[in-house]
Design a protein around this ligand. Structure first.
Ligand SMILES: Nc1nc2c(c(=O)[nH]1)N(C=O)[C@@H](CNc1ccc(C(=O)N[C@@H](CCC(=O)O)C(=O)O)cc1)CN2
Ligand SMILES: Nc1ncnc2c1ncn2[C@@H]1O[C@H](COP(=O)(O)OP(=O)(O)OP(=O)(O)O)[C@@H](O)[C@H]1O
Length: 214
C-alpha cells in the first residue's frame, strides 16, 4: 500500500466515480509542495541511490532528466555522477513554434540557462537553436520523466500539457526508443489512474521508496 493510502482521497477517486484528473492533479501537486526541505533531501537521496543501481542507467551513454520545480523529486544529484562516467546529460526545452513539444538539449557545465514561461530553468534559446546541441528523443538511452501521479500498474499522470506524450509519440511506430523511467515521491502514488489512449507507457517508475516495473 502507498504510505498515504489512509489519507482521504478526493471523492472523485472512489471506484464508483470516473476520476476527475484536474482536481487529482491539483491535490497531488499540493502534496509534493508540502514536503519539508528535509523530506525533499532524503527523498532525492533515496531516489538517486535506486537510479544508480538500475542496469539500464549504468549502461546508458545519453540520459535526459529535468530540473525540479514545485516540490518535484530532485534527480539532479545524478548529474555529477553521470558526468564522471562520461554520460551526456540532456534537459527538456519547450520547443518554439511547436505547441507542447519538447526539445532535448545537452546540459554542460557552461550551458547558458534562462527561465521558461513556467519558471523552469532550461538551456537558452540561442544555445538550444543550434542543432549540434540537441538530440532527437530516439537518440537517448534513458529518459527520466517527472510524474505528478502514478499507480502500481505503471499508469502515469504529468503536469497536463501532454509534453512528454507528444514528444514520445514516435515510439509507437519506430525503434530505437529510449528507456522511459518515471520518477516521483512515494506520496504521489494513488490506487488507480485511468490510462489515456495517448499515454506512452513507462518501463519503470522509481520513487524514494520503491521501483515499480509494470
Ligand atoms: N521540472 C520539469 N520540467 C519540465 C516538465 C515538468 O513536468 N517538470 N514538463 C513536463 O511536461 C515540461 C513543462 N511542462 C509544464 C506543463 C504545465 C505546467 C503548468 O501547468 N503550469 C502552470 C499553469 C500554466 C501557466 O502558468 O501558464 C501551473 O503551474 O499551474 C508547467 C510545466 C518540460 N519541463
Ligand atoms: N501525441 C499527442 N498528440 C496530440 N495531443 C496529445 C498527444 N498526447 C497528448 N495529447 C494531449 O495533451 C493533453 C494533456 O494530456 P494529459 O492530461 O495526459 O497530460 P500528461 O500526461 O499529464 O502530461 P505530460 O505528457 O506532459 O506528462 C490532452 O488533451 C491530450 O489530448
Amino acid at each position: 500500500m502507498p504510505p498515504y493510502a489512509d489519507i482521504a482521497y478526493p471523492a472523485s477517486l472512489s471506484a464508483s466515480h470516473p476520476i476527475d484528473k484536474p482536481s487529482l492533479r491539483r491535490e497531488l501537486r499540493r502534496r509534493r509542495r508540502g514536503l519539508t526541505p528535509r523530506q525533499q533531501r532524503d527523498a532525492s537521496r533515496r531516489l538517486c541511490q535506486r537510479l544508480k543501481q538500475l542496469p539500464e542507467i549504468r549502461r546508458a551513454r545519453r540520459i535526459s532528466l529535468y530540473l525540479p520545480v514545485g516540490g518535484e523529486i530532485d534527480p539532479t544529484p545524478l548529474i555529477g555522477w553521470l558526468r564522471r562516467r562520461n554520460v551526456r546529460v540532456y534537459l527538456p526545452v519547450l520547443r518554439p513554434f511547436a505547441e507542447n513539444h519538447l526539445w532535448l538539449v545537452e546540459y554542460r557545465p557552461n550551458t547558458p540557462m534562462i527561465k521558461n514561461r513556467f519558471g523552469i530553468f532550461e538551456p537558452a534559446p540561442r544555445y538550444s537553436a543550434q542543432r549540434r546541441n540537441r538530440l532527437p528523443a530516439w537518440g537517448l538511452d534513458v529518459m527520466i520523466v517527472p510524474l505528478v501521479g502514478f499507480d502500481a500498474q505503471g499508469n502515469r499522470m504529468g503536469m497536463g500539457g501532454g509534453f512528454y506524450d507528444r514528444t514520445l509519440a514516435f515510439t509507437r511506430r519506430r525503434r530505437p526508443r529510449p528507456w522511459l523511467i518515471g520518477v516521483a515521491h512515494s506520496c504521489q502514488q494513488v490506487p488507480h489512474l485511468p490510462p489515456e489512449p495517448w499515454d506512452i507507457s513507462l518501463q519503470a517508475i522509481v520513487s524514494d521508496q520503491e521501483v515499480v516495473r509494470p
